[in-house]
Design a protein around this ligand. Structure first.
Ligand SMILES: Nc1ncnc2c1ncn2[C@@H]1O[C@H](COP(=O)(O)OP(=O)(O)O)[C@@H](O)[C@H]1O
Ligand SMILES: Cc1ncc(COP(=O)(O)OP(=O)(O)O)c(N)n1
Length: 269
């Protein structure tokens, strides 16, 4: 059994964060471990409040995880302050973690800030250089590259800048304002597009978390970067296509689309 670790925040509504990551890794055939950086009180309409883990408690979680069941890949999501970012950077280096995927979560789609301004430079200087892959959306890509992104040409420029700056692969997600659902990977001095059809579904809560943890699961299983991304996008599209409709706002996807029939039977008993 391959092991994936998610280091992220808990989403009380279950559609994003740790909950999305554990479902995604499990449904992609990987055993999921978790280190929780924060508890959020949120639902499909927004984030009400956030309670950060203490740095010591995050350190303890990471020690207990790495010293017992060593993960084959690590996905990092919401980490809201610089002290927590420093703990993660230190532990990843100490434990020699591999296959590190960082989703540089800054702002939720609902508009809530999930990363404090003071922490952006620490994220850039201490954590991102440890990544194998960074998966920014367009607003995050603008902050990390320092350029405005208005079209696919800008996406290519920004992806290259980020990849070279942090010495890792960069998957820039275009969905936010540029195109259908086309994402651009820059890796090893070369760029490649992952074309996706935009699915008409207002329920997209947790798409970024789901994509990055599916990529981490595929890397844990030994797939290379391009295949890991290709399969992760397919998983995400299928979860969106299932058209689950929960909550009053932008609801979660059905991560369990594939086992729906057998799961339905279980629920009926
Ligand atoms: N409606 C949609 N249909 C298909 N793919 C989508 C849709 N919305 C987002 N995606 C895909 O979901 C992934 C996450 O993108 P995005 O939602 O932009 O990230 P984030 O949640 O970090 O803002 C990307 O691969 C993007 O192309
Ligand atoms: C706890 C927590 N982590 C991350 C997010 C953001 O999720 P993401 O998949 O990047 O995007 P949206 O759900 O905001 O579209 C979150 N909301 N909560």
């Amino acid at each position: 059994m391959k092991i994936g670790l998610t280091i992220a925040g808990s989403d009380s509504s279950g559609g994003a964060g740790i909950q999305a990551d554990i479902k995604t890794m499990t449904l992609n055939g990987v055993y999921a471990e978790s280190a929780i950086t924060a508890l959020t009180a949120q639902n499909t309409t927004g984030v009400l409040s956030v309670l950060d883990s203490s740095p010591q408690f995050l350190k303890d979680q990471l020690d207990m995880i790495f010293d017992d069941i060593f993960p084959d890949s690590v996905k990092i999501g919401m980490v809201s302050n610089s002290d927590l970012i420093l703990v993660i950077a230190e532990k990843l280096k100490e434990k020699k973690a591999k296959n590190i995927v960082i989703d540089p979560v800054m702002v939720a789609t609902s508009g809530a800030k999930l990363l404090k301004d003071e922490a952006i430079n620490v994220l850039k200087n201490e954590l991102l250089p440890l990544a194998d892959l960074i998966t920014p959306n367009i607003p995050e890509g603008e902050i990390l590259s320092g350029i405005k992104i208005n079209d696919e040409k800008d996406m290519q420029k920004a992806g290259k800048i980020i990849s070279e700056k942090y010495n890792c692969a960069c998957l820039l997600k275009g969905g936010h304002k540029i195109n259908d659902a086309n994402d651009y990977l820059f890796e090893n001095k070369k760029g490649v597009w992952f074309k996706g059809k935009r699915i008409k579904n207002k329920n997209t809560h947790g798409t970024g978390c789901t994509l990055s943890s599916a990529i981490a699961a595929n890397l844990a299983k030994g797939y290379d970067m391009e295949n890991s991304i290709k399969m992760a996008k397919e998983f995400l599209s299928n979860a969106l296509l299932d058209m689950l409709d929960l909550g009053k706002g932008s609801g979660p996807m059905n991560h369990a689309f594939d086992i729906k029939d057998s799961y339905k039977k279980l629920c009926e008993k």
